[in-house]
Design a protein around this ligand. Structure first.
Ligand code: SF4
Length: 62
Protein backbone atom coordinates (compact mmCIF):
# COMPACT_ATOMS: atom_id res chain seq x y z
CA UNK A 1 0.00 0.00 0.00
CA UNK A 2 1.33 3.42 -0.90
CA UNK A 3 1.50 5.70 2.12
CA UNK A 4 1.44 9.38 1.26
CA UNK A 5 4.31 11.38 2.70
CA UNK A 6 2.62 14.45 4.16
CA UNK A 7 5.90 16.28 4.74
CA UNK A 8 6.62 16.04 1.01
CA UNK A 9 5.10 19.37 -0.02
CA UNK A 10 7.13 21.53 2.33
CA UNK A 11 10.41 19.74 1.62
CA UNK A 12 10.13 19.07 -2.10
CA UNK A 13 12.93 20.78 -4.03
CA UNK A 14 11.53 21.34 -7.51
CA UNK A 15 14.96 22.39 -8.71
CA UNK A 16 16.17 18.81 -8.28
CA UNK A 17 14.14 16.36 -10.34
CA UNK A 18 14.86 12.72 -9.44
CA UNK A 19 13.29 9.34 -10.20
CA UNK A 20 15.34 7.31 -7.71
CA UNK A 21 12.55 6.44 -5.31
CA UNK A 22 14.78 3.87 -3.57
CA UNK A 23 16.59 6.83 -2.00
CA UNK A 24 15.52 8.04 1.45
CA UNK A 25 15.69 11.65 0.25
CA UNK A 26 13.23 11.08 -2.60
CA UNK A 27 9.96 12.98 -2.22
CA UNK A 28 7.86 9.87 -2.77
CA UNK A 29 4.69 11.38 -4.25
CA UNK A 30 6.47 13.37 -6.93
CA UNK A 31 9.68 12.88 -8.88
CA UNK A 32 11.82 15.29 -6.87
CA UNK A 33 14.52 15.28 -4.24
CA UNK A 34 13.86 16.75 -0.78
CA UNK A 35 17.41 17.93 -0.06
CA UNK A 36 18.38 21.60 -0.31
CA UNK A 37 21.29 20.57 -2.50
CA UNK A 38 22.90 17.38 -3.77
CA UNK A 39 26.39 16.40 -4.73
CA UNK A 40 27.00 14.79 -8.12
CA UNK A 41 29.99 12.52 -8.48
CA UNK A 42 31.66 10.17 -10.94
CA UNK A 43 31.45 6.36 -10.96
CA UNK A 44 34.70 6.19 -12.93
CA UNK A 45 37.95 8.16 -12.81
CA UNK A 46 37.11 9.97 -16.06
CA UNK A 47 33.47 10.59 -17.01
CA UNK A 48 32.78 10.21 -20.75
CA UNK A 49 29.05 9.47 -20.72
CA UNK A 50 26.04 10.26 -18.58
CA UNK A 51 26.25 6.73 -17.11
CA UNK A 52 29.61 7.66 -15.56
CA UNK A 53 27.94 10.19 -13.26
CA UNK A 54 25.89 9.56 -10.14
CA UNK A 55 24.15 11.26 -7.27
CA UNK A 56 26.71 11.10 -4.48
CA UNK A 57 24.07 12.13 -1.93
CA UNK A 58 22.04 8.92 -2.45
CA UNK A 59 21.23 6.90 0.65
CA UNK A 60 19.21 3.69 0.55
CA UNK A 61 15.74 3.94 2.03
CA UNK A 62 15.24 1.75 5.13
S1 SF4 B 1 19.73 12.43 -2.86
FE1 SF4 B 1 20.09 12.09 -5.06
S2 SF4 B 1 19.22 10.05 -5.49
FE2 SF4 B 1 18.42 10.76 -3.53
S3 SF4 B 1 16.45 11.71 -4.02
FE3 SF4 B 1 18.00 13.33 -3.97
S4 SF4 B 1 18.71 13.53 -6.10
FE4 SF4 B 1 17.65 11.57 -5.92
Amino acid sequence: MHVSNKTCDSKTNRSIGCTVDECKYHCGDEQYCTLQQIRVGKCEPCANTCECTECASFEKKN
